[in-house]
Write a protein that binds this ligand. Structure first.
Ligand SMILES: [Mg+2]
Length: 421
């Protein structure tokens, strides 16, 4: 069956994530800065209208920001990653075929799922907004390149979430005529300059070029773009997940946690699980990020999200070290009076265990700790998981996640799906 692509893209993703946990930001102009607060990497619509450019160096726009009382935030990648996971999980309820294209974008294949694609995608957008709080815009077309173009058109014409289906000869022609070559998906700046020199300025002109000429000048990639503009799909979904840059263990608690000792137990147990995953892959971690959060479905004053990262002087896979770092982070992140409902551990800066750079002042006996972890993992594999656990993980674990409800919801949604097509 021929694929039908929908590109789902979050509007001002980082800013939208921040607004979910801080609704005070909703009507304000907001920008998010890159690591070390170097430059602007996300802007709300209001900030865009003030003329603050994407990627602008902070010191260059500082005056404008202060004059217009723009809210300035440092990036909070743990929050963005978690919201992204929820977005993708939500999308999985609508199609089994999904390609996670970037942190805030996914291609879906909707072939055979509905006779009313626009309606179906409106439902997707509504559900995403309801379940995650993030507004999305969606472009629908027969190829990825056209779906990208459709999504761009939505963003140009409606500032809010929207859906645009780019099918039918007339509307495709019009869209292509209005898109200049540098705005076509997969056309880089160098290619765009060359095309313009050859008198090809719009996507419409590019669609109608001679394919042989295109092959000579731009190779097979150029030809694919031309075919994609003609509605012949050359790029199918790439469903394999991208290579792992980090290991994440995060859970929604079985019940809300108010006390710091319970939060520490939960985090210690996630750190311990993350350590197992790390050793299963023969890796060691250079950094550990902990995040804690309340539900977003509570009064704004009761919402809280924060994260903290510790770097290890020597990359490690030794669980007591991971637990120790995690607990120190919880001590910084915990706020009394909030009801926490989720937390997570993200291990990053991963390196193969064998190539770990020994710190000259590292006094712990690495060999010995590696043997100890090997023994613990062996016992837990042979018996059952959690035969051996660390004292810090607690005994009763009343916060432990209950999975019953989650899987139930999943299957009922799939049942609904079956009736749509
Ligand atoms: Mg986006």
């Amino acid at each position: 069956m021929k694929s039908i692509f929908a590109l789902v893209d979050c509007n001002n993703f980082y800013v939208s994530c921040e607004r979910v946990f801080n609704p005070r930001l909703e009507p304000l102009a907001v920008v998010v800065l890159s690591n070390n607060d170097g430059c602007v990497i996300a802007r709300s619509e209001e900030a865009k209208q003030l003329g603050i450019g994407m990627g602008a160096a902070f010191f260059k726009v500082r005056e404008k920001i202060e004059k217009n009382k723009v809210e300035v935030l440092s990036s909070n990648y743990a929050l963005y990653k978690d919201m992204s996971d929820r977005l993708m999980e939500t999308l999985c309820n609508f199609t089994p075929e999904i390609e996670v294209y970037s942190i805030d974008e996914a291609f879906l294949n909707l072939a055979g799922l509905s006779n009313n694609l626009t309606g179906y995608c409106r439902k997707i957008a509504e559900t995403v907004k309801q379940w995650t709080g993030i507004p999305v815009s969606i472009g629908i077309a027969e190829t990825k390149t056209l779906a990208k173009m459709a999504q761009r058109i939505v963003r140009r014409f409606s500032k809010a979430a929207g859906v645009f289906e780019l099918t039918g000869r007339a509307s495709i022609d019009e869209a292509l005529a209005q898109t200049s070559v540098e705005n076509i998906w997969g056309v880089g700046i160098k290619t765009a300059i060359k095309l313009k020199r050859a008198g090809i300025n719009t996507a419409l002109a590019l669609r109608d070029v001679d394919v042989n000429w295109m092959r000579q000048c731009f190779g097979v990639t150029g030809v694919r773009t031309v075919y994609e503009l003609r509605g012949i799909s050359c790029y199918e979904l790439e469903e394999q997940p991208p290579t792992k840059k980090g290991i994440t263990v995060s859970r929604t608690f079985g019940r809300k946690i108010e006390e710091i000792y319970e939060l520490k137990e939960a985090i210690a147990s996630y750190a311990s699980r993350a350590g197992e995953k790390l050793r299963e892959q023969g890796l060691a971690a250079g950094a550990e990020t902990i995040f804690v959060m309340t539900s977003r479905f509570v009064d704004a004053r009761k919402r809280y999200f924060n994260s903290h990262t510790v770097s290890f002087p020597t990359a490690t896979s030794y669980t007591p070290e991971l637990i120790d770092g995690a607990i120190r982070s919880v001590e910084r992140l915990y706020r009394k009076g909030f009801l926490f409902n989720k937390a997570g551990v993200i291990l990053s800066d991963l390196v193969p265990e064998g190539s770990v750079q020994r710190n000259l002042f590292d006094e712990s006996d690495r060999q010995k700790s590696r043997r100890l972890m090997g023994a613990v993992d062996a016992v837990n594999t042979r018996l059952h998981r959690r035969a051996l656990t660390w004292a810090a993980e607690g005994i009763n674990q009343p916060w432990r996640t209950k999975f019953v409800r989650r899987s139930k919801r999943y299957t009922t949604r799939w049942d609904e799906l079956a009736e749509v097509g």
